[in-house]
Design a protein around this ligand. Structure first.
Ligand code: PAF
Length: 281
């Protein structure tokens, strides 16, 4: 596996692949890789000739009181995992390579960036859009792979690509879960054993919503209340939001069938998110 650290190195590497007529895929990550990331890598390998995985803990998508400093980092382990998967290239820039000290221009995510995660984490999606746009500019991929676990991020990145005419196809990949339903996330590493057991409450709430909708429930309010009740019954969890939304516009759904159920809660000090497609009406 090749490793590019500078912008020049990654540009050169991709240029050479393009000269050979290769189809290029990008899997953007912040490292602390797990099976969810590796599923993106495998999806990329199935559709491209050169797979680039970027590892960059992006400071601009963390709020001042968030976990940027504590975010898990283990580059040697991540590179070994990617190499074992047969990844072609890892792009691992430092912060100074990605952000000039006098950088000023950012990418505005628009109204989709103000709701749900954006309301709880002001500025988060501006940081995400800015770094993803920069990675697209540097790697110029034909395809880019994102997990559905960060559902709002996926919708916003697709919107950015459409609105700003990036010549890349964004591919969303299914959530990968632990044996008990907990969605894989780098932040799961923060959980104590007790919190880890309690953290399944997000999945349990989503399954409760799915069961209700499967059984014919159409009321958005009723299903949302059932999700809230599930989380409130878990003493270690505190709910941020539980909602049924339109899967494209992210506004509150008109009916439960076909909606996307989204949930965010703190388990102990760790903020977790998850989501699930509801069956069609
Ligand atoms: O989903 C992530 O890990 C990050 O938000 C991303 C897309 C790599 C941008 O920093």
């Amino acid at each position: 596996m090749e490793q590019a650290v500078s912008k020049e190195e990654i540009r050169q590497l991709v240029l050479e692949a393009r000269r050979e007529g290769k189809r290029v895929a990008l899997v953007p990550t912040m490292g602390a890789l797990h099976e969810g990331h590796l599923s993106l890598v495998r999806a990329a390998q199935a559709r491209a000739d050169l797979v680039v995985v970027s590892i960059f803990v992006n400071p601009t998508q963390f709020g001042p009181s968030e976990d940027f400093e504590a975010y898990p980092r283990d580059l040697a382990r991540d590179l070994a995992l990617l190499s074992a998967e047969g990844v072609d290239a890892a792009f691992t820039p430092g912060t100074e390579a990605m952000y000039a000290p006098d950088a000023q221009v950012t990418v505005d995510p628009g109204p989709l960036g103000d709701v749900w995660e954006g309301a709880s984490r002001p500025g988060h999606f501006r940081g995400v859009c800015t770094i993803v746009a920069k990675l697209f500019a540097l790697v110029a991929p034909d395809l880019a792979f994102f997990g559905e676990k960060d559902y709002q991020q996926l919708v916003i990145v697709k919107r950015m690509v459409a609105d700003l005419d990036f010549p890349v196809k964004v591919v969303g990949c299914p959530i990968v879960r632990e044996y008990d339903g907990l969605a894989m996330s780098s932040r799961n590493a923060y959980l104590s054993a007790e919190e880890r057991a309690a953290a399944t409450v997000l999945y349990r709430a989503l399954r409760e919503a799915e069961t209700l909708v499967c059984g014919g429930e159409t009321s958005v309010e009723y299903v949302e209340q059932a999700m809230r009740d599930t989380v409130e019954a878990e003493p270690l969890a505190s709910l941020d939001y539980a909602a049924l939304i339109d899967p494209h516009t992210l506004v509150r759904a008109a009916g439960a069938g076909g909606a996307r159920a989204i949930i965010a809660a703190r388990v102990g000090a760790t903020r977790l998110i998850d989501n699930m497609a509801m069956p069609s009406a």
